[in-house]
Structure formats: structure tokens, C-alpha cells
Design a binder for this molecule. Structure first.
Ligand SMILES: [Zn+2]
Length: 362
């Protein structure tokens, strides 16, 4: 009798697992561009801001990013977004078409935004500074890392050195690489050894924040060696340069990051571990102001900073391109969407935002 029961329970458990796993996605890569505005994602460079370039000179901005035609202009800034994601994936958040994405937290800066993104709900009471304090809230990376088939297959490569606290690596067990520290591993690849030398030799305009190229290429080396099933790349330069009023450097960073994402997609589609079973989700932590001064800023005094955007590319996302329907989505929906793509049902202590149904075909 006892063995019958256990066989039956096993059968039910395996049926339940099968019922949950209906998606083709086996791996997810989450990517964020800190404080990247929806305005440039959908409209390309703003010619009236291009003169605002104080220290980091770049005389070729107009040549690189200005086109009179809107479709050509946004493609010049973000070629991977507009050649590949716009034809094979989905882009949400063009407010000129009334397709809106917003944060639900009322802080409108980084830690509260990443907390909302990764946990699935805002926490204005406890998360209202960028200080290095360990996040009391559990997050979706941590949830996935506790599922047996994902154990130790979740990693985050982050430029901003507050991420170990946001993700709470001590509690969550999620591997977090951050800041301007050489990678310490017994066996370094040639590229890692070279990057370790450069981190000790290059001037860094961002202080403790790691330049995004290092975050990206260290992360790719990690992926090739360890084959994580959930990978998070958190880029930072766009926000730093925007605060400095360096519009050209902000555009260049967005353009480099677009290229990183293209290189990442090429890698994903060339490696049998990832090919045709990996979804990329791209978004940001907050928006910024809209006018010639406001674009540099965000926070509670800049209400437009609640405006954000999402991009999806992967085997479960219907190729709808730029979403043109009137709609309102929220930052708190990404955590559940990520887990749903992996066939997991993410829950937390507080209610979390719903999965975005149009991003996952049935
Ligand atoms: Zn900022």
C-alpha cells in the first residue's frame, strides 16, 4: 500500500512538472540599462540635446546618430533593437502610441527600481535609498536558484557595486560579480587574465562603478565556462553619463550596449546549450525627465522618471515587434514573466505583478 502511494505521488509530481513546463524557454538572460529613457529607445537621438557634452568630446555624434527619418534614426542608435528585436521579438513602452510601461514604486531611482523589478513588488517603506544595505525582500533570481534543476545555475554580472546588496547574495546564494575588482578564480581564461590586467591599468571615469564592457565580457566568459540557466547583466554607464550631462557619452553607451546584446544573441544562438531555448528580456530601473535639463535627472521630483520600457526576444515570444496597442504595463510584472517563461510559478510574501501574457505564446 505504501509503495503504491509513493508511486502515485511520484506520478502526480511528474505530471504536474510536465503541465508547468509548456514553454520552449530553458534559459533566461535579463539585461538592464540603468536610467535609459524610452524616448531614445523609440525615437533615437534627440538633436536638441546633442550639444550637451561637457568633458567627453565626440565630434561625430550627428554623423553617427542623427537621421531625419525616425525609423532610420532609432536604427542608427540601436541597430540590434530595430533590426532584430523589432522583427523577431517585442518592444513595449512607446508612449507616443499610448503603449505605456511604468514603475509602481514612488521613489524613481535605482535601488527601489531594481527591487521592484527583481522581487515583483514595490517596497516604498523599506527600500528608499541607494545605500549598501542587504535587501530584506526575496527576489526571483533567488526563487529560481532554489528550484532543484536551477541550483547554482543563476548568476548576475553587474557594473554598480550595490547589486550584491540588492540581490542579497549572502542570503540568496546567487553568484554576483560586481564593481571594479579583478575576477578571482583558479583557472582564468586568456580574456579574463587580460581584463584583470586592464582593470588595474585603466583610468575609470565612474569611480567604483565597473565600465560596462568589463561587466559584459567577464559575464560572457562566465557563461561559456559555467553555462548558467539564468543570467543577469546590469549595465550602468547610461545613468552615470546622463547625470553628468554628457549626452553624447550616454548615446554611445546605449549604442555599445546594443552591440553587446547583439554579440550575446549571436553567442546564444551558436551554443547548443542555449540555441532556440533562451529568452532575452531587456529593460531599465527608472526613466528620466523629458526636457533639455530634465533628461539628466530622475527621482521623486521628476514624475516622468516613472516611464520605462521592455524588450523581449526568444522562442516563446511572438514576433509582434513594436507594440502599437493602447496598454499599460508595470515594472513589477517582469519577475513573474521571467519565471513563467521557465515554467516556474514565482510567488513572494507580498502579491507580485502578473506575467505579461502577450510575451509568452500559449
Ligand atoms: Zn541615477
Amino acid at each position: 500500500m505504501k509503495s503504491y502511494t509513493s508511486i502515485l505521488l511520484l506520478l502526480i509530481a511528474s505530471l504536474a512538472a510536465q503541465a508547468q513546463q509548456k514553454t520552449k524557454t530553458e534559459n533566461v538572460i535579463l539585461i538592464t540599462l540603468d536610467g535609459m529613457r524610452w524616448q531614445e529607445i523609440f525615437n533615437g537621438a534627440d538633436s536638441s540635446f546633442m550639444k550637451q557634452q561637457q568633458h567627453l568630446k565626440d565630434g561625430k555624434l550627428k554623423e553617427k546618430y542623427w537621421r531625419n527619418d525616425l525609423a532610420e534614426r532609432r536604427k542608427a542608435l540601436l541597430p540590434f533593437f530595430w533590426n532584430t528585436i523589432a522583427t523577431k521579438g517585442q518592444l513595449y513602452g512607446n508612449r507616443l502610441l499610448n503603449n505605456k510601461v511604468d514603475v509602481t514604486n514612488n521613489q524613481l531611482f535605482s535601488y527601489p527600481g531594481y527591487n521592484e523589478l527583481l522581487t515583483g513588488s514595490a517596497d516604498n517603506e523599506r527600500v528608499h535609498s541607494n545605500d549598501k544595505f542587504y535587501n530584506p525582500n526575496k527576489n526571483v533570481l533567488e526563487f529560481i536558484n532554489t528550484q532543484p534543476t536551477f541550483k547554482n545555475k543563476v548568476a548576475a554580472f553587474t557594473s554598480w557595486d550595490v547589486f550584491p546588496f540588492i540581490i542579497n547574495d549572502k542570503r540568496s546564494g546567487v553568484y554576483v560579480s560586481t564593481g571594479w575588482e579583478p575576477v578571482k578564480e583558479k583557472k582564468l581564461t586568456g580574456r579574463e587574465a587580460m581584463m584583470n590586467q586592464l582593470t588595474k591599468s585603466l583610468p575609470n571615469p565612474l569611480g567604483d562603478v565597473r565600465l560596462d564592457a568589463f561587466t559584459f565580457y567577464y559575464g560572457v566568459e562566465y557563461m561559456k565556462k559555467n553555462k548558467p540557466r539564468v543570467m543577469y547583466f546590469a549595465f550602468d554607464e547610461t545613468d552615470d553619463f546622463a547625470h553628468g550631462g554628457e549626452y553624447g557619452a550616454y548615446l554611445n553607451s546605449a549604442n555599445y550596449t546594443d552591440r553587446f546584446i547583439g554579440e550575446l544573441w549571436d553567442y546564444v544562438q551558436s551554443d547548443p546549450t542555449y540555441k532556440n531555448k533562451t529568452t532575452i528580456i531587456i529593460t531599465c530601473d527608472h526613466g528620466r525627465g523629458a526636457d533639455a535639463e530634465g533628461w539628466k535627472h530622475h527621482g521623486q521630483k521628476v514624475p516622468e522618471a516613472s516611464q520605462i520600457w521592455f524588450a523581449f526576444l526568444g522562442p516563446d515570444t511572438p514576433a509582434m515587434g513594436e507594440m502599437k496597442n493602447e496598454q499599460q504595463l508595470y515594472q513589477n510584472q517582469i519577475a513573474k514573466t521571467m519565471s513563467a517563461l521557465l515554467g516556474q510559478d514565482y510567488k513572494n510574501d507580498k502579491p507580485v505583478g502578473n506575467a505579461i501574457s502577450t510575451a509568452i505564446s500559449k
